[in-house]
Write a protein that binds this ligand. Structure first.
Ligand SMILES: [Zn+2]
Length: 506
């Protein structure tokens, strides 16, 4: 008999389905699948034995929306996320430039994390030029939909001189060249290797990777190089659709012979922009629409174009991950799903009309949401969408309306940590803050159920994914703040993916 992984004395946490008894059980995983769950089993002679010692077992956490290369690289970039005005950023860049040793003088500087929607003035190229010396400087906004570049960087990337930021499609088109620039100093794959190990240490067993570079080509190489501790579903964008279709890569198809951990993800399509760049497409104008080029945000495709793209993907067997942040974008996305009968998800669904929840449920379209964004977007929502805050991050309404929720981070927009996503879904505020629109809170059990990629309480036939927690994630608490604190601080003693130990801190 082939060896298996044997987990001794774990307490099962109920996920969707109840648990018969809270007495510890033993769990056997063979050939990547849970094959036995019962008290007092015997390990085989060659089994790898993990003693849970009464710890709590869940089916393993997923982050359903990650930009993996960008997340990995971002942590090696200049952090400008704490800035509350232009001068804060220019001070950080100026200090950084002056502290650089001589051999680094003149190299491109990359930074990440600014959010201008609540700043008193919008930053200009000239302000960045004034502090950046000989360096090309490329700063990405925290929502990744805007770039703030200095003149040297604009020239380096072949953009005509200007004094404003670079947004949406024009900015996205620059990403491959920017990745090249950062790859010159940092090897992306070695950063990804570290990021994958860290994810496993947080109890993550799988991600959907929304990176813009063609993941169906990059990830098989990474798995060959041993970056293989997570289940990965890379998406494709429309730019690579023809190639993906020609290769016969439908959603769910294995991308390499050697492992079933790596499978093709959905086709990602943008229907609108983002809130912080104020390009999310809305039914009503933004409250600060007077200084906006697009007062209701930006629609990326007209109806016919979007429907055509969705049906091309669906015809090739691809699910569709349709990015829609504003309520008009959600409406348009649902119309495209209705017209094509495509399967898939709305990514973000940050602002939604309640009547569209009924349509989503009828279509069986998932909501792939990022609860931690509500921590960052609370102020900007109050400024830009004061008349519709009750329809933002409407997680409870979607769940009660029959819509399947799955949680993610959109890392690097928020950190890749499903514990943080669950905590934000439950408390809807930072520790110490009152919850924002608490009627839309999820319970810890609901947040956990939205974080396991549909896997129920550990039982025979489950994927061989088990995470051992030091605390009960569903323990009784008096307040949502306390429940969120428990979730955020969950200790992860072991992560096991398809029967393989990917993290151990026992
Ligand atoms: Zn994203």
């Amino acid at each position: 008999m082939a060896s298996s992984t044997f987990i001794r004395r774990a307490r099962l946490v109920p996920v969707r389905t109840p648990v018969a008894s809270d007495a510890p059980v033993d769990i056997r995983i063979a050939d990547g699948v849970v094959t036995e769950v019962a008290p007092r089993l015997q390990p085989g002679p060659d089994d790898l034995v993990v003693d849970a010692d009464g710890r709590w077992a869940i089916p393993g956490l997923w982050d359903q929306h990650v930009h993996m290369s960008l997340w990995a690289q971002t942590r090696a970039r200049i952090d400008v996320s704490a800035a509350t005005c232009t001068a804060d950023v220019t001070r950080i860049i100026s200090d950084h430039v002056q502290a650089l040793p001589r051999p680094w003088q003149g190299g491109a500087l990359l930074g990440f994390g600014f959010r201008t929607a609540t700043w008193p003035t919008q930053p200009t190229v000239a302000e960045l030029d004034a502090v950046s010396g000989h360096h090309p400087v490329i700063l990405s906004s925290g929502d990744v939909h805007t770039g703030w570049l200095n003149s040297k960087a604009l020239a380096l990337l072949g953009i005509p001189p200007r004094d404003t930021q670079v947004r949406e499609a024009e900015w996205f088109d620059l990403q491959p060249a920017i990745t090249q620039l950062s790859a010159a100093s940092q090897d992306t794959d070695s950063l990804v290797r570290v990021a994958v190990e860290e994810a496993a240490a947080m109890g993550v067993v799988g991600i959907v990777d929304f990176e813009m570079a063609p993941g169906h080509r990059e990830w098989p190489q990474r798995f060959d190089a041993g970056i293989d501790r997570l289940r990965v579903r890379p998406v494709t964008y429309a730019t690579a659709l023809d190639e993906v279709v020609a290769a016969g890569l439908w959603t769910g198809r294995q991308l390499t012979e050697s492992t079933d951990l790596l499978t093709m993800g959905p086709l990602k399509i943008f229907s609108d922009g983002s809130l912080n760049t104020r390009t999310a497409h809305c039914c009503q104008p933004y409250a600060d629409a007077h200084d906006l080029e697009y007062p209701r945000g930006q629609q990326i495709y007209d109806r016919a174009e979007l429907t055509d793209l969705v049906s091309r993907g669906a015809a090739a067997g691809l699910h569709i991950a349709l990015h829609a942040i504003g309520d008009a974008a959600v409406d348009q996305a649902l119309s495209a799903f209705e017209a094509t009968h495509a399967r898939g998800s709305i990514e973000h669904a940050q602002l939604i009309r309640f009547e569209d929840i009924t349509r989503m449920n009828a279509l069986g379209i998932r909501a792939s949401v990022q609860p931690a964004h509500l921590l960052d977007d609370r102020e900007v929502t109050i400024k830009c969408w004061p008349d519709r805050t009750d329809r933002c991050f409407a997680l409870r309404s979607m769940l009660d309306g029959g819509v399947q929720l799955v949680l993610g981070s959109d890392a690097p927009v928020s950190v890749l940590d499903p514990r943080l996503a669950m905590a934000a879904a439950v408390h809807r505020g930072r520790d110490g803050d009152d919850p924002w629109n608490p009627a839309e809170s999820l319970t810890p059990a609901e947040a956990l159920a939205a974080s396991t990629d549909g896997q129920p309480t550990i039982r025979v036939g489950n994927r061989g994914d088990v995470v051992l927690l030091d605390e009960d994630p569903l323990q009784r608490t008096d307040t949502t703040a306390e429940a969120a604190r428990t979730l955020r601080n969950l200790g992860v003693a072991a992560t096991i993916t398809a029967g393989r130990i990917t993290h151990l801190a026992l």
